[in-house]
Design a protein around this ligand. Structure first.
Ligand code: PLP
Length: 431
């Protein structure tokens, strides 16, 4: 049953107050249920992790050599096994020669690449970024909180840019990047973006390739974390930015990241960065100091598990079959509760790990805090913005992958009630 009537906007303030009082009573009784539900982080569920269990027995006493007979138990092969590069080449549609396979986390690679740029600069630059008077990054918002955390941690100023349905507002991106040499880069999640789930249009991808940055060492951190993570088929198509960049001879403008965190095991997978030849040489030089080599046994395990592109695709379809009913339940509840009311907008992405909500201005923090006090944890409001500052206080991220359907059903009931209460309070100008 919907908490709010279809004629909400026609109700008098007195009628709205009566409704609010009723909903607050319902809220109190839910609080007494002492729920413990969590929709904060985009983690694979145990059922999804089970899909990759057979991978664990592919490397054993007899199987520890790579296809070109490297003993994976020992040091060496800094940039990754050829078969693991091939796996990422299927995922990203980028030549294996342009891929560096790292450790277990793409976020870790992003951090390293940024720190390397700070300490030593990047090919084409004049000096280490730390020696510049001021450096800043563009941050499409809402975006991934951990990108912003890295930038903040390294003291890089963040400039928010609006993320629309087809990607970042490119007019603003182009005018800022082409006029301001202190802007050294931008973080992008081009496919099934975290948190809104949108995929960049061909025009947006092309605009990144044809940019003429004022900074000679401008870099695009293209975090393709959800490259093959469809939920509804056919999924979104993302234009191959590397191909486009090759045609314009600017492959080194892009660092393209991905990992198997949401393909096999989160935190127990393999990550990569793909880029142009000059960047690759610089990366290998720095990484050659940082490590003698990454975990090749895990790289081998992954390459043996995914023998060809088809096996990878059919594995992702199994993930989709688990995720689809969860995403559908979130979206269905929101439309049953709020369709045509005009107080909340939500996304219905064809892939990725999140549904994103926009409440009435000034309501997101209230919704998250009401939900928290009723036992439903949500990502803190504002965290999808640089410095945790969502100026309109509207954005809420819902992570549906981990909880069970039953838990999502209950959590969505609570969240809907909290949205209804916060919206009524806002309409009645109450805090
Ligand atoms: C956009 C994005 N990039 C990177 C990551 C983390 O990836 P990894 O596990 O490879 O560090 C996540 C995890 O949620 C993500 O949403």
């Amino acid at each position: 049953m919907a908490f709010l009537p279809a004629n909400l906007y026609e109700l008098s303030p007195q009628e709205k107050q009566v409704l609010l009082d009723q909903l607050e009573k319902q809220y109190k009784s839910i609080q007494e249920e002492k729920l413990h539900l969590d929709m904060t982080r985009g983690k694979p569920s145990p059922e999804q992790l089970d899909l990759s269990l057979p991978m664990l027995s592919l490397v054993d006493e007899k199987h520890y050599k790579s296809e070109n007979h490297t003993d994976c138990r020992n040091y060496g092969v800094l940039d990754g096994l050829s078969e693991t590069k091939r796996l990422f080449s299927w995922i990203l549609d980028i030549p294996a020669d342009n891929i560096f396979v790292g450790g277990n986390s793409s976020l870790n690679l992003m951090y390293d690449v940024l720190v390397q740029a700070m300490l030593y600069g990047v090919p084409g630059g004049n000096k280490p970024w730390k020696d510049e008077e001021k450096i800043s990054f563009l941050c499409p918002v809402p975006g991934y909180d951990r990108h912003f955390a890295i930038l903040e941690h390294l003291g890089i100023e963040m400039i928010p840019v609006r993320l629309g349905d087809n990607g970042p507002d490119m007019e603003t991106v182009v005018s800022l990047v082409e006029s301001n040499p202190s802007i050294k880069g931008i973080f992008c999640v081009p496919k099934y973006s975290n948190p809104t789930g949108i995929t960049y249009s061909d025009e947006v991808v092309k605009a990144f390739v044809t940019l003429k940055p004022a900074a000679p060492d401008f870099r695009i951190f293209w975090d393709n974390a959800y490259a093959i993570h469809h939920i509804d088929y056919p999924g979104d198509h993302l234009l191959n930015v590397f191909e486009e960049a090759k045609n314009h001879h600017c492959e080194d403008r892009f660092y393209i990241f991905s990992s198997t965190s949401k393909i096999t095991f989160a935190g127990g997978g393999v990550a990569c960065v793909a880029t142009g030849k000059k960047n690759l040489e610089a990366l290998k030089k720095h990484y050659g100091i940082q490590t003698i080599g990454y975990d090749k046994l895990n790289q081998l395990r992954h390459a043996l598990f995914f023998k060809d592109k088809q096996s990878l695709e059919s594995h992702m379809k199994k993930h989709a079959d688990i995720l689809r009913p969860k995403k559908d339940l979130v979206v269905r509840t929101l439309s049953e509760q709020f369709a045509n009311l005009g107080i909340v907008r939500w996304t219905n992405p064809k892939g990725g790990y999140f549904v994103s909500l926009d409440t009435l201005p000034g309501c997101a923090k209230m919704v998250v805090s009401l939900a928290h006090e009723a036992g439903v944890k949500l990502t803190p409001a504002g965290s999808t913005f640089p410095y945790k500052n969502d100026p309109k206080d509207t954005s809420i991220r819902l992570a549906f992958s981990y909880p069970s359907l039953k838990e999502i059903e209950k959590a969505m009931e609570v969240i809907s009630l909290c949205i209804a209460i916060a919206s009524l309070r806002s309409m009645l100008h109450q805090k």
